[in-house]
Design a protein. Sequence first.
Length: 329
Amino acid sequence: MGRMTATTPRRVLLAAPRGYCAGVDRAVIAVEKALEQYGSPVYVRHEIVHNKYVVQTLEKKGAIFVEDTAEVPEGSIVMFSAHGVAPTVHKEAAERKLATIDATCPLVTKVHKEAVRFAQDDFDILLIGHEGHEEVIGTSGEAPEHITLVDGPEDVAGVEVRDPSKVVWLSQTTLSVDETMETVGALKEKFPLLISPPSDDICYATQNRQIAVKQMGADADLVIVVGSKNSSNSVRLVEVALGAGAGDAHLVDFADEIDEAWLDGVSTVGVTSGASVPEVLVDGVLAWLSERGFEDVEIVKAAEESITFSLPKELRRDLRAEAAALAGE
């Protein structure tokens, strides 16, 4: 591309939809509401959503993030993150006499229910997802003896099942759509009778954000994805951008992580954000780019999103009293 000349037009392509999905919005509001209603501390098992800024902001308001239920004092309130938890975690919380608020995304709960149903019918379940990801741990925990994790197409060769006529695939909600379909294709070659889930497990938000990045990627010399390194759907957006033909793509939490050198010879910058990213962080990136001559912003619109979820039902009860009663049993 060479050096920029003064006449090269600089523009930003801004993906829509981007940022918060309905499940993240619900989970973040749930923590804020719990703090308002019950006062701090409210314990949250695992990061409520995979975003550094959101976690830091909620910590300042009085949320305490723990990796393990055992870290929560008896008689406290604990919230489960949007990624969901295994049934054993619910059991641990009950044993520790904790009042619980479940902020699991309803679209993750749907996958859990599918796992339970297929396990009851004695299927082998091939769960496509990333090993160690919180969502995968939660879903696998619904039927550990029935579930085999398939972490991408290269895992397929080693997959074994009891009965090739009773096999179903499910998936993590935040994967690359293309890679998942490639994995499913390979599984179907190996197990021609493989059943698909009743409805796609990769959620609407993951799919829409990937479609928008695909549309923009081919025209962008550089794509900046705002999101955290442990956010699966954000990391996928970088991969999708590069796959769609973007010259370069990077994941940043904040504008100050952008390297000036990335702009070398760049005239079109694509910007998007993962499903757990508040818009204020995108604004910061747009302001940073604007200061460097990228003032012309064009929206690349791939879909309309109007889906919302109601808040966890536990926020409609007096949980402090329940927690105290549990502790006093």
